[in-house]
Design a protein around this ligand. Sequence first.
Ligand code: HEC
Ligand code: HEC
Length: 490
Amino acid sequence: MARAHDSRKPWRVLVTVLAVLVPVAAVLAYVGWYRFFREEPQPDWVTATPEMRFKYGSIGAEWDAGIPYWIFYVIPRVFPDKFPGPGGYASLGVAWEQGQELPVGFTKKTIGFPRVANTCAVCHTASYRSKPDEVPTFVEAGPAHTLNVAAFFRLLVDVAKDPRFDADVLMREIELVTDLDWIDRLAYRFAIIPITRKRLLEREAQFAWLYRADFPDWGRGRDDAMNLTKYFMIEAPMDDTFGPTDMPSVWNLQKYQPERGMFLNLAGDSHDAYSVVIDSALGLLGAAPHDMNRFLAEVKWMHDYLASKPAPKYPFAVDTAKVEAGKAVFDTQCARCHASERTGTRISAAEIGTDRNRLESWNRQAAIDANKVVREMGIERKGLVEETLDGYVVPFLDGIWLRAPYLHNGSVPTLHDLLEPAARRPAEFWRGYDVYDQERVGFVFDSDEAKRIGTRHDVTAKGGGNQGHEYGVMLPEAEKGALIEYLKTL
Ligand code: HEC
Ligand code: HEC
């Protein structure tokens, strides 16, 4: 009896232990899942209109590229010295709508805990004011010409490297602004803060070219997109190229007709809009999509929205008689490229003569490698052009009034200046100020306020050259004036 009893005992112990442990483990697993991975939909207002969805809707970047909300919140309080100026995130030139908790292009979504990530709108929303004492008007799909994206990238690396990025310091600040429960407190202290720090530090090597003393700053409104793709998507070793460009407008993408030899991206690097949307979204995610079907649904929504989003009309008065005269000038001087079968196609760098640095920042092998990375994720798209490219796409001029500064590298502040020979275009100016100049057509670029808020552009610095595109520069002043009036209406 005793023996039989003994041999049953281990089983009984095991059953008892399991009876206790399994529910405990299940509870822990549930709490772990709930506190770290449960996904909550964004509030309804975010998706109430296509414009709101474009500006604040998550595309899924919170999974791998998200920053925990409370860390994001206290960064300006703990590290004011790491921003380019006073005012926290506003000093980065983000578009910030009145009454909104986060700037345009910043998404808030709970995946276990609230996280902040970015969407296309951060670089693709324009802002302007007609005078300094006015609230800005924001235009979705326009170029974010005020955004200092390099400063934002550097900020996140710099704070992570700083000894103040530490659980004690951050928790003290977080507890001043919110009441976390004990689980969240533990989670932040022992997991979320150290993991965030580690992940931000991991990006330092890939951002190395942003710290090079021999390269100028990108400045407000510029982004070295092809180098970003090289260093982040295909993890190529750093080279000496440097090609920051203006943020482009991305409205009315349906104008691109690949079957007519048109390409997207400034050098015609990509076959079609769908491919660019996919690649841009992958750049924001920073990893393979968490849920492929949802990712592709977001991409489709974005593509459809941008395909049919019209360019904004010039919001100020125009002189219709001058517009008509200007159309005639345009037809003789400009239409052969900007309103012809050449529009949207690539023309050679030798013919156009603008700065070459952007061209050199990308190459055939990079295109092959990037296409491979995307293919291996199981995503089908026509993708990047696997050729050596040596020219720039002739841009459509829709909404050109809001696309200042001009040329692919943003080297010419206004349309007035673009119609001057390169030697007479401003050699230095300040970019990223949003008060509009209806005379020169572009943004005010050398007032005291523009100098205080904007970043200096030096046309002799690498990637900043304002040469080339000397069309219409010899026209009589009256014809130039009429032409500019016409350009306002495109
Ligand atoms: C960090 C800034 C940034 C973000 C974020 C960003 N873009 Fe862009 N985008 C750029 C820049 C800069 C270019 C120009 C690249 C080049 O050709 O050198 C560009 C180019 C494009 C183009 C090509 C435009 C044309 O006419 O050739 C499209 C379309 C586009 N982006 C869509 C998107 C979409 C959709 C998203 C979000 C999924 C997105 N972008 C996110 C900066 C950004
Ligand atoms: C031979 C073809 C050609 C002719 C002619 C031409 N352009 Fe262009 N234009 C281009 C190309 C190519 C670019 C892009 C160059 C770059 O960014 O490096 C461009 C860029 C521009 C831009 C800047 C677009 C932007 O988003 O920054 C404007 C504005 C412009 N052209 C206006 C004109 C006007 C006005 C005329 C007539 C006086 C004209 N162009 C004549 C080919 C041409």
